[in-house]
Design a protein around this ligand. Structure first.
Ligand SMILES: Cc1ncc(COP(=O)(O)O)c(C=O)c1O
Length: 381
């Protein structure tokens, strides 16, 4: 095991989320140095002529980069594990699945999770001889005997169902399976899967974690030295690393995560109340609503509710009219950004109803957003 693969201590002083985000991964203050050092752009680095790569972790940019290391320290601190960042969420998730699963293994994936992960499983994993089972996020889960890995998304994208992580971790471990949790929607401030029994976290950092809709990022976090070294070796072999500038932008953006999530959650709560009272909106899901089926588990395990909600406006036509009428709701995919966006998922081939919308709350003023959504729904009626 290299020095880089050695697990670190995850004991933290009991500071608040805002403080943790502002300071996560920053080097010790040095007079004359910036708070967050700028991106280091390097493919090869100068080597020590005598010791070669043994002298420094900076030998070649694919295995390592100092800007990336600081971001990994930051995300690792927030998740409570050791982190490796990837070029995108999809690179992190497919990387974990391909690095861990062998022909003959059985994997359980969410039936209602991010569609491209399901497509990858039925195309590539099944083609590699892996047996792929699907279970709805809220269960029931199959018998886990003989299963190598269970991957869940909670809250799931786009349906926002939630699974009880400590209960599922208990079942997975009793059967000898690993539990991986996609923490994209909640972010490490909303949920700490490693504290709840998961073996590994995967996520897209493209969404709320970085929140400015200007970069792609993914990560894997774990407390297992063995998994960390498997994932690190996979990433080095496949080269699925983010560039230095994206890593730096991500770290810079992380400092405001607590503030952004606070406003996004407040906006989602206000919109959930508005949408719940409207007869022309059906199938509303937001785990923070007391009448939502996910509410009992969500309030036990989420540290804060997501800024994303989903609902049905009945037809593609009505969704288009709603989007045209709204001034503050941009038609866009992805979620978790500063700007409120809405996405009709069926247009991407997702197996959702034609009028199904995933709405991601931005950080606009709550009163403005409520007024705008109300007016747009009236116009689309
Ligand atoms: C839950 C979830 N996981 C993974 C991904 C993939 O992330 P990326 O787009 O960064 O590859 C997404 C993207 O929407 C997602 O929603």
């Amino acid at each position: 095991m290299s020095e880089r693969d050695a697990p670190q201590s995850h004991d933290h002083p009991p500071t608040g989320d805002g403080t943790r985000c502002v300071h996560a991964g920053l080097p010790e203050p040095t007079p004359g140095a910036p708070f967050l050092p700028g991106p280091v752009f390097a493919a090869p680095y100068h080597l020590d002529p005598w010791q070669g790569p043994a002298a420094s972790p900076n030998g070649y940019g694919r295995p390592d980069n100092p800007t990336r290391r600081l971001l990994e320290a930051a995300v690792g601190e927030l998740e409570g594990g050791d982190c490796r960042v990837f070029a995108s969420g999809q690179a992190a998730i497919t990387g974990l699945l391909l690095a861990v699963l062998r022909a003959g293994d059985v994997v359980v994936l969410p039936a209602d999770g991010y569609f491209p992960v399901r497509a990858f499983a039925t195309d590539t994993l099944a083609g590699n001889g892996v047996r792929v089972l699907f279970a709805p996020t809220a269960g029931p889960y199959p018998d886990l005997d003989g299963v190598r890995l269970v991957l869940v998304e909670t809250p799931a994208n786009p349906g926002l169902d939630v699974v009880d992580l400590p209960a599922l971790a208990g079942r997975a471990h009793a059967a000898g399976a690993l539990l991986a949790v996609d923490n994209t929607t909640a972010t490490p401030l909303g949920q700490r899967p490693l504290d709840l029994g998961a073996d590994v976290v995967v996520a897209s950092g493209t969404k709320a974690l970085t929140g400015h809709s200007d970069l792609l990022l993914g990560y894997v976090a774990t407390r297992s030295a063995e998994l960390l070294s498997t994932v690190t070796a996979w990433r080095t072999a496949t080269g699925s690393v983010p560039g230095a500038f994206d890593a730096w932008l991500a770290h810079r953006s992380l400092a405001t995560l607590d503030l952004r999530l606070a406003r996004q959650t407040a906006n989602a709560a206000a919109l959930a109340r508005l949408l719940a009272d409207r007869a022309d909106v059906s199938g509303l899901r937001w785990p923070g609503l007391p009448e939502d089926p996910a509410y009992p588990v969500a309030t036990r395990q989420l540290r804060r509710m997501p800024g994303v909600l989903s609902f049905d406006l009945g037809s593609a036509d009505r969704v288009a009219r709603f989007l045209c009428a709204a001034r503050l709701v941009a038609a866009a995919t992805s979620f978790g950004g500063l700007h409120t966006t809405a996405d009709r998922r069926a247009q991407w081939g997702d197996d959702t109803a034609p009028g199904f919308v995933r709405l991601s709350c931005g950080v606009e003023d709550t009163a403005d957003l409520v007024a705008d959504v109300t007016a747009a729904l009236e116009a689309a009626a």
